[in-house]
Design a protein around this ligand. Structure first.
Ligand code: MEV
Length: 420
C-alpha cells in the first residue's frame, strides 16, 4: 500500500529513478522487485513448468499508472502492454477523478457459473423441476468436492436450470453458482460440475455432455463510478462531446467494438501484469456487453454541477491464489505493488482502470484526436528502433514530430547528425 499515488512528473524520470521511487514508495525488497525490474532474473525453471514445450519467454514493457484513488485507498498500478499512450492516459484520467474523491467500487461477490449440459431429456420441464427440488442435496454434494474452498468461506451457493431449444433439439442446462473467494475458480467449479454430472443424469434421465464454467460471469460483476472534473477535461463542450461519443458507441456496434476495445486496453494490461487469464476477462466483457444487444461497458452523464459522471459494470473473474498469479515472480511483484488483499479488491482496481482508460480515449477522440499523443509516443519507438538510446530518444522523437516525418530512416539520419 502506498500513501499517495499522485507522483508528479513520474514519466519525466529516467527508468532507474522510477525504479528507485517505486522501491521507496512500496518499500518492497530487491528480491521481490528484481524479476520485474530485470526480466533476465526470472527463474526459467518456473516458466518451464507453467506450459508445455517451453523454449523462452515473451517480455512486455511494464509501466506504472499513477494517481489512482479507489475506495479511498491509493494504488500504484502495474500495466503490461505493448501499446504506447495507455499508461499515460489512464494516469491522466485518474488525476481528473482524484479531485472528486477518485473511484468508488462495489461488487456482487466472486460467484462463478458452471454449466452442465444435458441432452436427450425425455421430459425437460419435469426434469428441470426435479433438479430444483434436489437443489440442497446437489449443493451439499458440490461442496464436498472442495472442503478447502468451503473453509475459506466460499462454496456452491445456488443452482438454476435453463431449458432451451438448439440445433440438436431441446437442451437442459443446470448451472451451479459457486463463490470461489480469492481464486479465479475455474478448477473449483469444473471439478464440482464433473462430480455432479452423474446425479444430474439420474435426476433428468438425460445424457450429460459438457461440464465447464461459463466466462459470462454475470454474478461476478464489479461496478465502479467516478466524477471527472469538468475544467480538467477541457470545459463544458468537451464534457458534452464525450457524452455524445459514448452515445455513438451505444447506438452503433461498429463504434462500440472500438470503444470497448479501449476499455480493455487498460483492463488487459493489469490482468496480464497480475498473471490472470486475459482471454477469460475478454470473453466475459464482450459477452456481458452483448447481453441486450452489443453495448458499451461504460455509461456517462452530467452531474448537476456539469462534471462528467462515468461508470462501468463488468464481469471480473480474476484471482490471487492458484494459477500464474501465485507462480510467476513478476506477477507476484505486481500484486505486492498493488497491495491488494483480495481478488475482489483486485477486480475493483482493474475495473477502475478500464473506466479511466475509456474516459481518456473518449476525451482525446472528442477533442484533439488521438493521433497527436500517439504520434509523439510512436516517434519514441521509432527513435529507439533507429538505434537511439538515453536522452537522444526524446531529442530525436521531438524532431520527428516537428518535421511530421515519423520514419525510421529519418530517425537514423538525425541520429547520425546528433552523434556528430
Ligand atoms: C486504441 O487502442 C483504442 C481507442 O481506439 C479506443 C476508442 O476508440 O475509444 C482509442
Amino acid at each position: 500500500m502506498v500513501d499517495d499515488s499522485s507522483i508528479s512528473g513520474f514519466y519525466k524520470l529516467s527508468r532507474d529513478d522510477r525504479v528507485k521511487k517505486l522501491k521507496e514508495m512500496t518499500k518492497l525488497s530487491d528480491e521481490v522487485l528484481g524479476p520485474l525490474v530485470d526480466p533476465g532474473k526470472v527463474d526459467m525453471s518456473i516458466l518451464d513448468h507453467m506450459i508445455e514445450n517451453v523454449v523462452g519467454a515473451m517480455t512486455l514493457p511494464l509501466g506504472i499508472a499513477t494517481n489512482f484513488l479507489i475506495n479511498k485507498k491509493d494504488y500504484l498500478i502495474p500495466m503490461a502492454i505493448e501499446e504506447p499512450s495507455v499508461v499515460a492516459a489512464a494516469s491522466n484520467a485518474a488525476r481528473m477523478a482524484r479531485v472528486h474523491g477518485g473511484f468508488v467500487a462495489t461488487d456482487t461477490g466472486p460467484n462463478m457459473i458452471a454449466q452442465i449440459q444435458v441432452v436427450e431429456v425425455p421430459s425437460p420441464e419435469e426434469a428441470k423441476a426435479k433438479v430444483m427440488e434436489a437443489k440442497e442435496d446437489l449443493l451439499a454434494f458440490a461442496n464436498e468436492q472442495d472442503p478447502i474452498l468451503v473453509r475459506f468461506g466460499g462454496g456452491a451457493r445456488d443452482l438454476r436450470v435453463r431449458v432451451f431449444d438448439s440445433k440438436v433439439g431441446v437442451m437442459l442446462v443446470t448451472e451451479l453458482i459457486v463463490d470461489t473467494r480469492d481464486a479465479m475458480g475455474a478448477n473449483a467449479v469444473n471439478t464440482m460440475a464433473e462430480a455432479l454430472a452423474p446425479r444430474i443424469e439420474k435426476i433428468t434421465g438425460g445424457r450429460v455432455i459438457l461440464r465447464i464454467l461459463s466466462n459470462l460471469a454475470e454474478f461476478r460483476l464489479v461496478r465502479v463510478r467516478a466524477v471527472f472534473d469538468k475544467e480538467m477535461l477541457g470545459g463544458e463542450e468537451v464534457v458534452n462531446d464525450i457524452i455524445a461519443a459514448w452515445a455513438f458507441a451505444e447506438a452503433d456496434p461498429y463504434r462500440c467494438a472500438t470503444h470497448n476495445k479501449g476499455i480493455m486496453n487498460g483492463i488487459d494490461a493489469v490482468v496480464i501484469a497480475t498473471g490472470n487469464d486475459f482471454r477469460a476477462i475478454e470473453a466475459g466483457a464482450h459477452s456481458f456487453a452483448a447481453m441486450n444487444g452489443y453495448g458499451s461497458l461504460t455509461k456517462y452523464e452530467k452531474s448537476p454541477e456539469g462534471h462528467l459522471v462515468g461508470s462501468i459494470e463488468i464481469p471480473m473473474a480474476v484471482g490471487l491464489v492458484g494459477g500464474a498469479t501465485k507462480v510467476h515472480p513478476t506477477a507476484r511483484a505486481c500484486v505486492k505493488i498493488l497491495g491488494v488483499e483480495t481478488a475482489l479488491e483486485l477486480g475493483h482496481v482493474i475495473a477502475s482502470v478500464g473506466l479511466a482508460q475509456n474516459l481518456a480515449a473518449l476525451r482525446a477522440l472528442a477533442s484533439e484526436g488521438i493521433q497527436k499523443g500517439h504520434m509523439a509516443l510512436h516517434a519514441r519507438n521509432v527513435a529507439v528502433t533507429a538505434g537511439a538510446r538515453g536522452d537522444l530518444v526524446d531529442m530525436i522523437a521531438e524532431q520527428l514530430v516537428k518535421e511530421k516525418i515519423v520514419k525510421v530512416e529519418r530517425a537514423k539520419e538525425l541520429l547520425e547528425e546528433m552523434r556528430k
